[in-house]
Design a protein around this ligand. Structure first.
Ligand code: ADP
Ligand code: ASP
Ligand code: MG
Length: 403
């Protein structure tokens, strides 16, 4: 007997027919004698709809109440799936975050799961019941409802697999697995059969939303193998696990992009020690994450321009903090929110010389200007004009032989 966590994303449970289809997938697992814990997302589009409702009241809607609101999407799917399983005469029951409970720490809308009570669940599994758990949510130690960040049902699935010591954790979604780039945008993208945690973590943190990055991080930390596969086909998916058995004959495994960034340039800043610290310290204090930084040394060595990138949603707050900062002198602040970050990721990059130059050459052949660069051992990201995003992704996908 195998204990399985099966997670179903928003599109997979997007209609009643799809929920009935998911119930059949569970039925198959259950009748093979497996113990099944299903973690479900809200129906596709539901979470955005709920957020928009809150925005009709205020752009600054109380975060505690936003969590109460957003968590309802997953509640609906849990009950519908339990009902669909009952119709198939399968014993099934849903529990909400506070009924289990699933404990979280951290701020509202961005909490993380730290523990959960497994007693009721384990008993129900041994009684051959299917357990249904809503993804994306938990409760704080004060018993307030929390959510764990967008795409967070992936993280719930991994946490549940870890805490319940499941034998496998399968992420059912609307594509066949993890691809070399988003298959819905670049149709020549290829499915990857297996990928290391490190590569998946880099890919998801630079925009491949097929897996949420904090879910991958937890899976990597506790060595929980994941499988990403389609709810709608029977094709083999992608296995995500540690790197020992993976072939690195390819230097680049995938290309990802995100349009969540904005670039800020402060011109005519004094070129002397302490200036950068004076600029970035107040941003850090306000929990604004600065991603890339570029400093141009001016010819007279007295003044310089400093550019950096941040999350687009932090732009207004950042501009406000900079303008109120009495500790810096500058000529002007310019910003550009129509930028995108395009990244290549591959564990094989470490042992392949010339990747950086090939990426830059390829972009220049497409006449794409690079606005900022950042690198890690297995990732290379550039900021470019948003209009050039798909061109850049296509070109990089081709030159690194991923088509
Ligand atoms: P779910 O609702 O099942 O969690 P998501 O919408 O969060 O699904 O993630 C699946 C989507 O991720 C796909 O439909 C695809 O458009 C997108 N995606 C982006 N990059 C990739 C990639 N490298 N491989 C596969 N899918 C990707
Ligand atoms: N429903 C949540 C969201 O849309 C969580 C998830 O789908 O993973 O972000
Ligand atoms: Mg998702």
């Amino acid at each position: 007997m195998v204990k399985k966590v099966l997670k179903f994303g928003g599109t997979s449970v997007g209609t009643i027919e799809r929920i009935q289809h998911v119930a059949k997938i569970i039925q198959k697992e259950h009748s093979s004698g497996n113990q099944v814990i299903a973690v479900v997302s809200a129906m596709a589009g539901k979470t955005n709809e709920l957020i928009n409702l809150s925005k009709n009241i205020s752009d600054n809607f109380n975060k505690r109440e936003l969590d109460v609101l957003m968590s309802t999407g997953e509640q609906v799917t849990s009950a519908l799936l339990a009902g669909a399983l009952s119709e198939l005469e399968i014993k099934a029951k849903s529990w909400l975050n506070w009924q289990i409970p699933i404990l979280t720490e951290g701020e509202h809308t961005n909490a993380r799961i730290v523990n959960m009570n497994i007693k009721k669940i384990d008993t129900y599994l041994t009684e051959k019941g299917v357990v249904i758990i809503p993804g994306f949510q938990g409760i704080s130690k004060n018993a307030d409802i929390t959510t764990i960040g967008r795409g967070g049902s992936d993280a719930t699935a991994v946490a549940v697999a870890k805490i319940l010591k499941a034998d496998s954790c399968e992420i059912y979604t609307d594509v066949d697995g993890v691809f070399s780039t988003d298959p819905n945008k670049i149709p020549v993208a290829k499915k990857i059969d297996q990928i290391s945690y490190d590569e998946m973590l880099e890919l998801s943190s630079v925009g491949a939303k097929v897996m949420q990055s904090s879910a991958v991080q937890t899976a990597m930390l506790y060595n929980i193998p994941l499988e990403v596969k389609s709810t709608f086909t029977n094709r083999n998916g992608t296995r995500i696990f540690d790197e020992d058995n993976i072939d690195y004959s390819k230097s680049v495994t995938g290309v990802a992009y995100s349009k969540d960034d904005a670039k800020v340039t402060i011109t005519g800043v004094e070129d002397k020690p302490g200036v950068a610290a004076n600029i970035f310290e107040p941003l850090n204090k306000s929990q604004i994450n600065v991603d890339m930084v570029i400093q141009n040394i001016s010819s007279d060595q007295k003044k310089t321009d400093i550019s950096f990138t941040i999350k687009r949603e932090d732009l207004l707050k950042t501009l406000d903090i900079l303008k109120k900062n009495k500790n810096i002198k500058y000529e002007n602040i310019i910003h550009n929110e129509k930028v995108a970050k395009v990244s290549i990721v591959g564990a094989g990059m470490v042992s392949t010389p010339g990747i950086t130059y090939r990426m830059f050459r390829a972009l220049s052949e497409e006449k794409i200007n690079i606005l900022a660069i950042s690198t890690s051992e297995i990732k290379l990201s550039v900021i470019i004009d948003e209009d050039n995003t798909l061109n850049a992704v296509k070109k990089l996908h081709t030159i690194f032989e991923l088509d």
